[in-house]
Write a protein that binds this ligand. Structure first.
Ligand SMILES: [Zn+2]
Length: 167
């Protein structure tokens, strides 16, 4: 799949995103198409627009981190959009997937946002041991993720269903 270059409102290149994500940003009026593939169009459901090669954000965003983001509790909550990895409700705490008591570390891949109740219930157990499967896998946020979070357009799962077919 072709990636689309994203420019900040100041024309500074920020990162690349998937075509689907670029289309969503344009449809949500968060970005405008600066350059498109001359012959290609995106057609899905009610959408028909030139396939973007470069888009530019309509407003300037300050990206919280650009490259390898250092792990932080706050970063985990932002990455998971303050949603509990176990029940989907509002999360205020960070849970270690493999608990620290079992050698689990403070890393992006071993930590998820969790509501206080689930964090307490899971205690010093893995999701398997506790019978509490993760609703989504933790990931190391990329510069593109950081930009999308700064734009408030959600994590990797938040693509509209009708775009799934063009993926
Ligand atoms: Zn929960």
């Amino acid at each position: 799949m072709r990636d689309t270059l994203v420019l900040n409102a100041s024309f500074e290149p920020l990162s690349t995103v998937t075509l689907n994500r670029a289309v969503v940003l344009v449809l949500q009026d968060k970005a405008v198409v600066e350059q498109s593939h001359p012959e290609l169009r995106v057609r899905a459901a009610a959408v028909d627009l030139p396939m973007p090669r470069v888009i530019r954000l309509c407003r300037y965003v300050r990206v919280p981190f650009r490259r390898h983001a250092p792990w932080s509790r706050r970063g985990v909550l932002v990455r998971d959009q303050h949603r509990c990895a176990y029940c989907g409700k509002r999360a205020t705490t960070v849970d270690h997937v493999v608990p620290r008591a079992q050698g689990g570390r403070d890393t992006w891949l071993n930590t998820v946002a969790s509501c206080a109740e689930d964090n307490h219930r899971k205690a010093d157990r893995t999701p398997d041991e506790a019978g509490m499967p993760l609703l989504r896998e933790p990931f190391v946020p990329s510069p593109a993720d950081a930009m999308l979070l700064a734009l408030g357009v959600g994590g990797r799962e938040a693509l509209p269903e009708w775009l799934g077919s063009t993926a």
